[in-house]
Write a protein that binds this ligand. Structure first.
Ligand code: NDP
Ligand code: OXD
Length: 320
């Protein structure tokens, strides 16, 4: 059977290799160390399947027999940005486990701002017993920037709580239960109705830096929270950290939750560390579970070896 190589940086390669081996006992499963360096005896040119999270570019150039690359995340910018990417199919993660984790994060953060989480944290630190008013969910509009696999599920769950949801994407779409906007022309009307903006966009040349001061100034300002809130769990490259910190300080944003940052880990001198009303998490909104995701990857490898088409393929020209 053709070898599989798990190549991850910053994650535990052994847990992925072990789960893959359980699913595909007939296959040889190789792994890199946690820096993505392959130190095994087997010739890298024998590797047929690469399971990757931020693989080092020089590793890819040694995998001359590669047949498929599986991204171990939903996003694929960590692969597409590499030079000398072999011309093989790239598969990304679309999986109920990952989707559910992201929706949990989005619901958690929307509710946190809606129910005055930052204000109550401040009052508790000051040992003050004081009520802060909050609007009804049905009086608030959550704007989903990115209405793909993750954005649509999160919106559906927000609607069960009572929020109105609207969406913005690249191409025209009809999604039950939400008004959808698209493209440059659809952005202003979308932002103008949005109390809480949730960004779940892939990082592409078009989305790089899109969450900036100009965009923030287009958000609805007379909503029930006293100002708009921004939640970004897509990619840090889509935001301008300094603009968000400034908007929080000036009150142009009433609050924000960021799971991703322009540079990760967030540099010690980032103004975001001390920005008011900001919830920060270290890129953990929807972590990839080896147990859940290895099942689907193994199924795809088995199907591919029997001549069936791969699913969840990345469109390289589109960039996601
Ligand atoms: P999808 O590919 O299913 O959806 C992407 C959405 O973004 C689509 O609605 C697409 O529009 C839209 N989009 C892409 N480019 C543009 C653009 N230029 N202008 C407007 N809309 C655009 O991706 P997923 O929902 O599965 O994942 C989204 C992203 O979430 C991932 O790419 C990844 O970066 C991030 N992510 C972050 C995680 C974390 O832990 N923080 C975990 C998992 C994912 P259209 O359909 O019209 O093309
Ligand atoms: C992903 C991520 O893309 O975790 O899945 O960021």
């Amino acid at each position: 059977m053709m070898p599989i190589l798990v190549a991850v940086q910053g994650w535990d390669p052994a847990s992925w290799a072990r789960r893959l081996k359980e699913q595909l006992p007939g296959h040889t499963v190789l792994q890199t160390d946690e820096e993505g360096v392959y130190r095994g005896d087997r010739d890298p040119a024998d590797v047929a399947y690469l399971l990757a999270w931020k693989p080092p570019a020089d590793l890819l150039s040694r995998l001359s027999g590669l047949k498929v690359i599986f991204s171990l995340g939903a996003g694929v910018d960590h692969i597409l940005e590499l030079d000398a990417l072999p011309d093989v199919p790239i598969v990304r993660i679309v999986d109920p486990d990952l989707t559910a984790r992201m929706s949990e994060y989005v619901v958690w953060q929307v509710l946190h701002h809606h129910r005055q989480g930052p204000g109550y944290a401040r009052l508790q630190a000051e040992r003050r017993w004081q009520e802060l008013r909050h609007p009804a969910a049905c009086d608030m509009t959550v704007g989903m920037m990115g209405i793909g696999e993750l954005g649509r599920d999160a919106a559906a769950r927000l609607r069960t709580i009572g929020y109105r949801t609207i969406g913005w994407g690249r191409t025209e779409k009809q999604v039950e239960g939400m008004d959808c906007f698209h493209g440059a022309a659809g952005l202003a009307p979308f932002l103008g109705q949005t109390d809480i903006l949730v960004a779940l966009l892939p990082l592409t040349p078009e989305t790089r830096g899109i969450l900036n001061a100009d965009l923030i100034s287009g958000l609805k300002t007379d909503g029930p929270l006293g100002g708009p809130v921004l939640i970004n769990a897509g990619r840090g490259g889509s935001q301008v950290d300094g603009d968000i910190a400034a908007a929080l300080s000036s009150g142009a944003l009433a609050g924000a939750s960021l799971d991703v940052f322009e540079t990760e880990p967030l540099p010690a001198d980032s103004p975001l560390w001390s920005a008011p009303n900001l919830v920060m998490t270290p890129h953990v909104a929807a972590v990839s579970s080896p147990r859940a995701l290895s099942v689907q990857i193994a199924e795809q490898i088995r199907a591919f070896e029997q001549g069936a088409p791969l699913i969840n393929l990345v469109d390289r020209d589109r960039g996601y």
